[in-house]
Design a protein around this ligand. Structure first.
Ligand SMILES: Cc1ncc(COP(=O)(O)O)c(C=O)c1O
Length: 385
């Protein structure tokens, strides 16, 4: 069945004589009949998740073409869990320098405290050079494609093949592809991570995360690590994620179409130096994107020609529909200046540019209205120039 159909039919046992959606069971204690069950291997406590979480896990496995899913309370926790579940003290991991900032901090600062070292590498580093960074104790390669600020596309199948040949694991943050436009497990990746907070939940009203794998052995490691740390997703959040999944594909198609329309309009503006949109032929890794992705969402970057800080502030403050705020993937359009974020990140990706980097999330508003909003804000910027 096509994904559009699969995401509407997530109840494995075909609910009858009940609501269409699963019941949300809130609670900690589960009432159990026998001593054998109480101390058995089944679900015995609310933290492990109940019916709605199980149904969400199944749906996310279907989305990401995996067999096992571990839910987490947000995307950062999923990123952290994936690495922590497979690496141990004395190990080394390679991390691409386009990783979501807090994930980079986890992989350097927190892993260091656990006796695990990390080395950054540029996401487009030639494969022979990446191979030279592998040491005797390297355990995993951690990736994100495209980076959510730099939008570089990695050669995922080549890196996964290299990792396999050296008995390493690969982990990829697939939040941008959302399991819809990119399926890293199909490309040979071992563990795929998503922040459900973004496109899956899609309404900016909850947070969640997931790690998906095909390997039973890795699933056991994930489950053990999640259990040791008490990691999971609360039932109401799981319900909202399941509800978001029903319309994920429809929403993404509109984010994609409006994203292209606005990127195209921006590319013709004098204020814009260049765009960072993997779906456009002018993107440096467009060929890789065409090979490994089936679409683009509403998140992309725009580098402006040099402007004074005061002019940039006037532009940002004049916007009415694009509002400033972190995150993306919701129904609402957002726009943030990213320079400060890149400055704060040690080893941030190097982007050759003279002007400021903006990140746009094109929401579900009409593209014409969003263009009019950008247009009037550029005019305000020029008036004060
Ligand atoms: C690419 C990427 N991965 C992970 C995360 C973390 O997700 P969460 O906000 O759910 O912790 C984010 C958040 O912005 C992100 O952009």
């Amino acid at each position: 069945m096509k994904p559009d159909t699969r995401l509407q039919h997530t109840d494995a046992e075909r609910r009858q004589h009940s609501t269409v959606n699963p019941a949300v069971e809130r609670g900690s204690s589960l009432l159990i009949k026998t001593r054998a069950e109480l101390y058995g291997n089944g679900t015995v406590y609310g933290r492990m998740g109940l019916g709605v979480q199980r149904e969400l896990e199944t749906a996310l496995c279907s989305l990401e073409a995996g067999n096992h899913a571990q839910l987490t309370s947000n995307g950062l926790q999923a990123c952290a869990l994936a690495v922590a579940a497979v690496a141990r003290a004395g190990d080394h991991v390679l991390i691409s320098d386009n990783l979501y900032g807090p994930n980079q901090r986890f992989c350097t600062r927190r892993l260091k405290a656990m006796g695990i070292t990390a080395t950054r590498f540029p996401p487009t580093l030639p494969i022979e050079q990446l191979e030279r960074l592998i040491t005797q104790n390297t355990r995993a390669i951690v990736m994100e494609s495209p980076g959510s600020l730099s939008f570089d596309i990695m050669d995922t199948p080549a890196i996964a093949a290299l990792a396999r040949s050296r008995a390493l694991l690969t982990i990829l943050d697939n939040t941008w592809g959302a399991g819809v436009f990119h399926q890293p497990l199909e490309l040979g990746v071992d563990l795929v991570v998503q922040s459900l907070t973004k496109y899956v939940i899609g309404h900016a009203d909850a947070m969640g995360g997931v790690v998906v794998t095909r390997s039973e052995k890795l699933a056991r490691k994930l489950f053990t690590c999640a259990n040791d740390w008490g990691i999971g997703l609360a039932p109401d959040e799981a319900y909202l994620a399941l509800r978001g999944l029903r319309t994920l594909l429809n929403r993404l198609r509109q984010h994609e179409a409006s994203g292209y329309q606005i990127a195209d309009w921006l590319s013709r503006r004098d204020e814009v130096a260049f765009l960072l949109h993997p779906g456009r032929p002018d993107h440096p890794q467009h060929a890789l994107w065409q090979r490994d992705f089936t679409g683009a969402n509403g998140l992309f970057g725009a580098v402006l020609n040099p402007v004074r800080e005061a002019e940039l502030d006037r532009f940002l403050e004049a916007l009415k529909l694009f509002r400033m705020g972190f995150s993306w993937g919701g129904f609402e359009s957002l726009l943030i200046p990213c320079d400060e974020q890149l400055r704060r990140l040690p080893g941030a990706p190097i982007l050759q540019r003279n002007g400021p980097l903006l990140r746009l999330h094109v929401g579900l508003e009409a593209a014409e209205d969003l263009i009019a909003d950008l247009d009037q804000a550029f005019q305000v910027m020029a008036d004060t120039g």
